[in-house]
Design a protein around this ligand. Sequence first.
Ligand SMILES: NC(=O)C1=CN([C@@H]2O[C@H](COP(=O)(O)OP(=O)(O)OC[C@H]3O[C@@H](n4cnc5c(N)ncnc54)[C@H](O)[C@@H]3O)[C@@H](O)[C@H]2O)C=CC1
Ligand SMILES: O=C(O)[C@H]1O[C@H](OP(=O)(O)OP(=O)(O)OC[C@H]2O[C@@H](n3ccc(=O)[nH]c3=O)[C@H](O)[C@@H]2O)[C@H](O)[C@@H](O)[C@@H]1O
Length: 430
Amino acid sequence: MNILIMGMGYVGVTTGLLFAELGWQVTGLDTDTIKIQALSEGKLSFYEPGLDLLLKKHIESGNINFISSPEKGIRENAIIFICVGTPSDKDGSADLQAVRGVAQSIGSFMNEYKIITVKSTVPIDTNRKLVQWVQESQSYPHPFDVVSNPEFLREGSALYDSFHPDRIVIGSTSEHASTVIQSLYDQIKAPLFVTTPRTAEMIKYASNAFLATKISYVNELSRLCETLGVNISDVTTGMGMDQRIGPQFLKAGIGYGGSCFPKDSMALLYTAKENQIDLSILDKVVAVNNSQTTHFLNLWEQQLCGFRDKTIGILGISFKPNTDDLREAPALAIIQQLIDKQANIRVHDPIAKLPEHLRSASVQQFDAIEITLQQCDAVILCSEWKDYREANWQQLRTVMNKQVIFDGRNMLDGKEMTKLGYSYFGIGNR
Ligand SMILES: NC(=O)C1=CN([C@@H]2O[C@H](COP(=O)(O)OP(=O)(O)OC[C@H]3O[C@@H](n4cnc5c(N)ncnc54)[C@H](O)[C@@H]3O)[C@@H](O)[C@H]2O)C=CC1
Ligand SMILES: O=C(O)[C@H]1O[C@H](OP(=O)(O)OP(=O)(O)OC[C@H]2O[C@@H](n3ccc(=O)[nH]c3=O)[C@H](O)[C@@H]2O)[C@H](O)[C@@H](O)[C@@H]1O
């Protein structure tokens, strides 16, 4: 079967390569011609472990090719996956401009029956609107079906997650379309949940919001643990042993970031508001996340007797390890607050680059951890890259002005760091 993937971001590229690996013929389409040129040459516009090798493999196998002409892509492929972005609009709602744009292209260039599958995260009823957008753009009423097939991969482990999903959710009103899309995943061993498009759309938001809730719950508890002198990591280890709770997404830290939890929580809250329903728990989840960096930065500031004129090393700026994605990264919020407090900031990340607007004489990025930490009065760990866990902390203490570690991800062994002579402060683990 020939598959067209519209939108060559994290989800589009990963999905395209998954289907190429499963033996399907895939065409990747994006309006960004520079991205398409780079992909055709085997280069990704973002960092994601393992994806580059699979990309090269399938350019060579001929299972994947890249184009920027929607007309050619839509005419030549019977199955279309929509993987364009759905960023937050100013009011928190999901901005569906790109989805609407591709729907209109599909409508205008459609030449025969198509199955249009939505992988982008879209609010409840978007699949229904999509039918209308496609129909309005058609010059001839070719038949088509719409399927909702939300994506659950995580950045940093996108490839693994795509090949080993916990479930595949398919929502459609057409049994034929649903069966065809299911058959694409035949070789993937995962439970299948077939439902309506609206339910599939809701499952995606409800899942992300629930994971965000787990994180904000432990982050809020970490504040109490900090005050009580109880270690939150031990508490969550004990909690996670209960199979009904489970150990995942209970790691306290400086808050969740990324392109999805923040935007999807806001979008779900917007949908609730539109329907006059108060999602008070989710409201609090967002509020706790928004204040977590400030809460801990204030505590750490007291330890240093102020950040003004202090030199602070920041390790890890991406929103999580193994990605260069800076969208809603808590590290950027921390850097901005440190700038406001007139600290000197020295930044390191194994892959991600500090955005231009944050660079200045007092905010510099370095390639080596050791150089970054030179003359620092404290270091703040913001994302748990293994480079930092494996760093030679005994040696690093010699380059620092003061041996103070603020571990925003509870990633280092506090006792070990104390033994090495550091003053160690984590999140809720005094
Ligand atoms: N990033 C992630 O880990 C996950 C993202 N999602 C959802 O998947 C969707 C896509 O997310 P990302 O891949 O992160 O987005 P992205 O922002 O990385 O990529 C979107 C791509 O769509 C392209 N595009 C925009 N308009 C287009 C058009 N008219 N025709 C063709 N291409 C067009 C853009 O140029 C861009 O390359 C979003 O709805 C997101 O919420 C779902 C699960 C995981
Ligand atoms: O819809 C999406 O885009 C995706 O959003 C998340 O994936 P992602 O944002 O890539 O990464 P996560 O591993 O979920 O981490 C998100 C944030 O939560 C933080 N986090 C995660 C886990 C935890 O225990 N504690 C914690 O603070 C991470 O540091 C990171 O900032 C979901 O995990 C995916 O299932 C979903 O498909």
